[in-house]
Design a protein around this ligand. Structure first.
Ligand code: 4GX
Length: 246
């Protein structure tokens, strides 16, 4: 997978991506990352990337030409056919694990990170295949959104995660929240580890974890529960959980 990010703050993206799972994936050559600064593609001596909005109003709008040329540079640098150009903005489709899983099948994702009030709509219509949103809140620039896409997609690339981490990720794909986790010590001022986890009965532990996952999803994210079909055993575990809390 190749990521090409279009950003006025290239170091923000390359630096943040150099840590942890994404950093290792880049080092191991499982993922490529380049950042293209639209300012490098300006043609005037002031290197202008933004201008005042037609129709008036506050804030500035990113100009088309430097963005178009930066996207072209990213395309020419790597002639991969199976690619998508994605603009990050609150007007986009809401990000989801499903959307990211689809995206992980491409060879190249070109992520456009805007600043200011927005980007000239003609660039979005002409050069972008899709618009994606983190959610219904506003951040100061698309870089953090692009980094989230890079991080979440990288984790889905075969070989990036170890077996343990991959298996754990698989267990999230059943559409439920995670169960609680504990590590040493067994007892402390702020509470004790649930007995079942100390007992070593793996069937009991599995049942307890599933019950907690179901219970938390039911109490915190009922919207998620509506989208999954529970097995008879899951249904029974959730009923048990519900009779215990009320
Ligand atoms: N999920 N922002 C992008 C500038 C902008 C505006 C319009 C393109 C079109 C955001 C989000 C987000 C603020 C990043 C506006 N770029 N991005 N920026 N929520 O709030 O992705």
């Amino acid at each position: 997978m190749r990521f090409d990010v279009i950003s006025l703050f290239p170091e923000m993206v390359s630096h943040a991506a150099s840590y942890g799972v994404t950093g290792r994936a880049i080092e191991r050559g499982l993922v490529g990352l380049s950042v293209w600064n639209p300012r490098d593609y300006t043609l005037d001596k002031h290197r202008t990337v933004d201008d005042r909005p037609y129709g008036g109003g506050p804030g500035m709008v990113m100009k088309c030409q430097p963005l178009l040329d930066a996207v072209d540079a990213a395309k020419q640098h790597n002639v991969l056919v199976n690619r998508k150009v994605i603009c990050l903005s609150p007007q986009g489709r809401l990000l989801s694990q499903e959307l990211l899983l689809d995206a992980s099948c491409y060879d190249q994702l070109i992520l456009v990170s805007g600043r200011y009030e927005g980007i000239d709509e003609r660039f979005i219509q002409h050069a972008c295949d899709e618009e994606w949103s983190l959610g219904d809140y506003v951040i100061s620039g698309g870089e953090l959104a692009a980094l989230i896409v890079i991080d979440a997609v990288t984790r889905l690339i075969p070989g990036v995660l170890g077996d343990d981490e991959s298996a754990k990720q698989d267990s999230h794909f059943d559409g439920l929240l995670d169960c609680p986790h504990y590590t040493r010590p067994e007892h402390s001022d702020i509470g004790d580890v649930p007995d079942v986890l100390l007992g070593g009965n793996h069937a009991d532990i599995k049942r307890w974890r599933m019950k907690q996952a179901l219970g938390r999803t039911w109490s915190r994210r009922p919207d998620m529960l509506e989208k999954v079909t529970l097995s008879a055993e899951q249904d029974a575990l959730l009923k048990e959980f519900r009779t215990e809390v009320v």
